[in-house]
Design a binder for this molecule. Sequence first.
Ligand SMILES: NC(=O)c1ccc[n+]([C@@H]2O[C@H](COP(=O)([O-])OP(=O)(O)OC[C@H]3O[C@@H](n4cnc5c(N)ncnc54)[C@H](O)[C@@H]3O)[C@@H](O)[C@H]2O)c1
Length: 361
Amino acid sequence: MTIRVGIVGTGGISRAHQRSYMQVGGFEIVAVCDIIKSKANEAADQWGVPRKHVFTSYNKMLEMDEIDTVSVCTYNQGHRRPTVAALNAGKHVFCEKPMAATLPDATAMVRAAKASGKILQIGIHSTFNPRLQFAKKVIDEGMLGDIYYSESAACRRRGNPARTFIYKKTAGAGAIVDIGVYNMHDSLYAMGYPKPVRVSAITEDYISQQDPQFRGIMDVEEFGVAWVRFENGGVMVFKISWAVHQDSLGPSFCLGKEAGISLNGPVVYADAYTNDLKKLVKSEGLTAEANPPEGMTTIQFSGFKEVNVWQAQITAFREAVKADAPSPIPPEGVFLTNVIMDGIFRSHESGKEVSVRVPEF
Ligand SMILES: NC(=O)c1ccc[n+]([C@@H]2O[C@H](COP(=O)([O-])OP(=O)(O)OC[C@H]3O[C@@H](n4cnc5c(N)ncnc54)[C@H](O)[C@@H]3O)[C@@H](O)[C@H]2O)c1
């Protein structure tokens, strides 16, 4: 079975989609769409798509019965409409991260996925890192006990993107939705998607507004910090920056009542290297070093396969489409990032902690 793909938005990231589809195999790009006709034509010519299947309207493109799945590669504010239209037209969707620029957009997308029964996978490729997958297994096996605190952090000291990424009109927001979505999602995913209930946050753009390249032009945040309370009583501190006077805002980690884990290694901090963990290490084909070997110990792991996360996410999408299986990353899980982000911006605006609500789907 060859999966026939239509790509909406033929800008920068559509190249990575096309390349990954070709690398993993089992896909054919059959149609392209961009509101800028010349960009769509150029992509079609490069990818061997006939000019009769080049569109400037995704609704027209979606009339093609020959399309099985749609890649949504528009800027953040443009994710909702083509995604909902494609799902309503009975196509599976692979949509770029973040899920959406706003909470109402994300809500509409998850509702459409549920109503259609089609796959909606959001391109959070970092989730396919084998180290994170192993950390999740350690947590899922209950080795940490209840998690009462976590930090989710990533940092660029100077790394503002340009173009459509720095305007609210196209991106919706800045560093938080652009790169924060990766570590925020991956922390939530590792913890089993705890339900957020309250958020207190600040967002800032001090450094960018000192830079003539961005001053008065960029209208999104470069930095964000949030304190997120979950229904289960746990708390997550979230930190992200495109620009900051530090090299690091710290690692992402979880503190459980039985043990702690740093997600980036991963590294487990426990009072003993348990037989259960030894068994998991063996079954995963890894090796571990516990220092000291007895008593309160720090356990580091090696032997992870190097994985191209782009190819891994597209392979997972292909297998889900072929098996008519659920999305490899549940859209309701990714949706929580939009719930928290909405809380972050409302909290910054009001200067107060705000309530957030996760609807039933
Ligand atoms: N996963 C990653 O590593 C990664 C990296 C970069 C960007 N992204 C994401 O990819 C998305 C696009 O980023 P980009 O750098 O390719 O942006 P871009 O601005 O280069 O491309 C977006 C394209 O979408 C087109 N477009 C906009 N609205 C449209 C519509 N209604 N119908 C058809 N085409 C439309 C634009 O004309 C443009 O060509 C963003 O959501 C971004 O967050 C992901």
